[in-house]
Write a protein that binds this ligand. Structure first.
Ligand code: PDD
Length: 285
């Protein structure tokens, strides 16, 4: 079965889908996106993803082209049209096609694109050994809460990790932890989870919220605050979270071991809680 995508009202094989060169997504990066994991053909935390989609649209002053019910329907069709049980949906909306001009076009129709790819969650050895990260100054704009398709700063920052043989770049703005180039970051210090606040300096991760919920429901102490670089470097554990990577332990930062250099006890606890939650919700769904 070939990969079926959705573009502006049509479900098509991906090699038959085209966007005009004057699309503002292509010309300006003028659009927003979502990444939604699908387990056993059920979209995970869908209402939370649709809420964040609305916030991103509000952030760029673009009307939502669909109601939530329409999104649910379109997503259901896309999930059924693609072969694997576990998928991740990339959903992308731009301000549409118009003569190149920075000003918002008056009559452009938003471009809506969705594709599904197989979701492969991290292999066991990544949990057992953890992954490496590097650090960098967070030089992105001041609206990191918008899930904008214009990702050049994130791409350049993440490539620093790839160039160093690591997986993620941990960002510090004015010496304070914000997030990763493509993930949220948590630390653990003396049995307490430390989390940066959901403000304009980070993407409000759907996985981030679930970690906070699971910590609260299971009596794990958690502190939301501004955490200085030195504190993060001396943390007992570091984790990264995202919809496609779930929760992963970071065991090396800038070539030095994090804590014991092995995934910590609280990581294993959160990993188990996350898997348990996922299985419970997917069975109920
Ligand atoms: N990225 N912060 C940034 C900058 C991200 O790009 C992502 C996810 C996250 C985690 O958010 P969530 O838990 O909702 O996935 C945080 C996605 C997966 C991507 O761009 O592919």
């Amino acid at each position: 079965m070939s990969q079926i995508i959705y573009l502006n009202g049509k479900f098509l094989p991906i090699d038959q889908a085209f966007v005009p060169v004057l699309d503002r997504g292509f010309i300006f990066g003028d659009g927003i996106y979502e990444v939604i994991p699908v387990y056993s053909r059920h979209a995970f935390r869908l209402s939370e993803h649709l809420r964040r989609l609305q916030n991103s649209l509000d952030g760029i002053r673009l009307a939502n082209p669909h109601s939530d019910a329409e999104w649910v329907d379109l997503l259901g069709h896309l999930i059924e049209a693609n072969p694997t049980e576990d998928q991740y949906i990339y959903l992308h909306i731009t301000r549409g096609v118009a003569k190149r001009d920075h000003a918002f076009p008056k009559d452009a129709v938003p471009t809506v694109f969705m594709m599904s790819n197989p979701l492969v969650t991290p292999p066991r050895d990544l949990y057992e050994n953890g992954v490496g990260a590097v650090s960098a100054v967070d030089n992105r704009w001041d609206r990191c809460d918008i899930k904008a398709i214009a990702l050049l700063p994130n791409i350049l920052l993440r490539q620093l990790a790839i160039d160093a043989g690591a997986v993620e770049t941990i960002l510090f703005r004015g010496g304070i932890l914000t997030e990763g180039a493509a993930s949220n970051i948590f630390a653990v210090e003396n049995g307490v989870i430390l989390a940066p606040p959901k403000d304009n300096h980070m993407l409000p991760g759907i996985t981030y919220d679930l970690i906070l919920e699971l910590a609260a429901a299971n009596g794990i102490p958690l502190e939301v605050g501004q955490f200085a670089e030195a504190r993060i470097r001396h943390a007992d554990e570091l984790w990264l979270t995202s919809s496609t990577k779930e929760v992963l332990p970071i065991t090396v930062l800038d070539g030095k071991p994090v804590g014991s250099g092995k995934p910590g006890a609280l990581f294993w606890k959160m990993h188990a809680l996350y898997q348990e939650y996922k299985n419970r919700v997917m069975r109920a769904g």
